[in-house]
Design a protein around this ligand. Structure first.
Ligand code: PLP
Length: 400
């Protein structure tokens, strides 16, 4: 038999999913800080709208790019939240979560064998998508000393003539960094100078504790930026699998063709749920973000009191914790922490080559879990630093 495509065979798995699988095979009583799964149920009025839609016959295929009335509602909400952007329904393609919107952009704009600039550390799926599209990831480092902000001089050193796409993610997963206008303008100038398309992953735009979220597209005078967003995090709708991308109408038309090839259309009832989310009361969003802020404050206080090194996240719901000096790389640390404290975190290496000496803890779960989990991390870090002999044998991260 002919073999499977080599690219797939050699593609690594997301380290977040790997640790989730380990946890799920364990008995209960694990504190789960490994995944960005909001603790709240989807607000009631959203679930009810989907239920009503299903009962009223919204159970059929929809247009490839989504229902016109849902795209129009999203366009109105974007204009309200970010007056510098004034999209219409023609600027939107509805997608199966933000992840599929990103995949569409990567497939459409990165030519086979060409490069895609990915933040390091950055969400692992960017790398997986680059591999899927037969492209080469080109990581641009974000340094802890620089609060994980991009240094344009470094990007300049790395960029090549066959680089097609630049990925920007603010607020960031995994670092919680929120880029300011200066950072964003510098990235846009860089993209202009090298004629790069830019995809701006803004799925955490509403989860900001300090500063404000500035949509990259609001600074873009050239139509370079394609924005990706999602209902998953803002409305606690991860399982509904609905997101969207915002681009010029021509790009939307081309990506709509691609959607027919890959998914035909997103789920009809999820689109109706998203419409209710966008047009309905927004207080649950503010309430959830307030709760995450309380979790963040608790997590950073506990980490700081325990002598851990980290940068306080200003957005999203993750803290990227430095484990350098423990003698363990991130995968071994995550496994050993799970064993010693029954606390699950994501190994930093899955977020890129620079992540080997970090772990990522998510704080969108319950206050109690955050309290218990972060205390366990601090205890474990302290025990490794004060008793180096207790370190498990040194290992190598699962991705090289
Ligand atoms: N982008 C980032 C940075 C994320 O962290 C995630 C999910 O964790 C996504 C995109 C995609 O989320 P979804 O596909 O659920 O919309």
């Amino acid at each position: 038999m002919k073999p499977m495509n080599e690219r797939l065979v050699h593609m690594p798995r997301s380290g977040i999913r790997e640790i989730m699988d380990v946890v799920e095979a364990m008995s209960a009583d694990v504190t789960r800080l490994e995944v960005g799964q909001p603790h709240f149920p989807t607000p009631d009025h959203i679930t009810r709208a989907a239920f009503d839609a299903a009962q009223n016959g919204f159970t059929r295929y929809t247009p490839n790019h989504g229902l016109a009335e849902v795209r129009a509602s999203i366009a109105t909400k974007i204009s309200h939240d970010y007056p510098a952007l004034e999209p219409t329904a023609d600027n939107l393609v509805l997608t199966v979560g933000g992840v599929y919107a990103l995949a569409l952009v990567v497939i459409a704009f990165v030519r086979p064998g060409h490069r895609i600039m990915i933040p390091d550390p950055g969400w692992p799926n960017y790398t997986l998508q680059a591999i899927t599209a037969n492209a080469t990831p080109l990581y641009y480092p974000l340094h802890q000393e620089n609060r994980f902000r991009p240094d344009i001089a470094e990007l300049e050193r790395l960029v090549t003539s066959d680089t097609d796409l630049l990925v920007v993610n603010s607020p960031s997963n995994p670092t919680g960094t929120v880029l300011n206008v200066d950072d964003l303008e510098a990235l846009l100038r860089f993209a202009h100078d090298h004629d790069l398309r830019v995809v701006s992953d803004e799925v955490y735009d509403k989860v900001v504790y300090e500063g404000e979220h500035v949509p990259l597209a609001s600074l873009d005078t050239e139509g370079r930026v394609i924005t990706v967003n999602s209902f998953s995090k803002t409305y606690s709708m991860t399982g509904w699998r609905l997101g969207y991308l915002l681009a010029d109408p021509r790009t939307c038309q081309e990506l709509t063709k691609l959607s027919e090839a890959l998914i035909s259309c997103p789920s009809s009832v999820s689109q109706k749920a998203a419409e209710a989310a966008i047009t309905g009361p927004q207080d649950s969003v503010a309430d959830m973000v307030d709760y995450y802020r309380g979790n963040r404050d608790l997590a950073v206080r506990t980490l700081a009191d325990g002598g851990a090194r980290f940068v306080t996240p200003h957005g999203s719901f993750y803290v990227f914790i430095d484990i350098d000096g423990t003698g363990l790389d991130s995968s071994r640390f995550a496994r050993a922490l799970l064993e010693a404290e029954r606390v699950a975190v994501a190994p930093g290496r899955t977020f890129g080559p620079s992540g080997s000496s970090f772990i990522r803890a998510s704080f969108c779960t319950s206050r109690h879990e955050v309290e218990r989990g972060v205390a366990g991390i601090v205890r474990f870090l302290t025990s490794l630093r004060s008793h180096p002999d207790r370190r498990p044998a040194r290992g190598v991260d699962h991705r090289s």
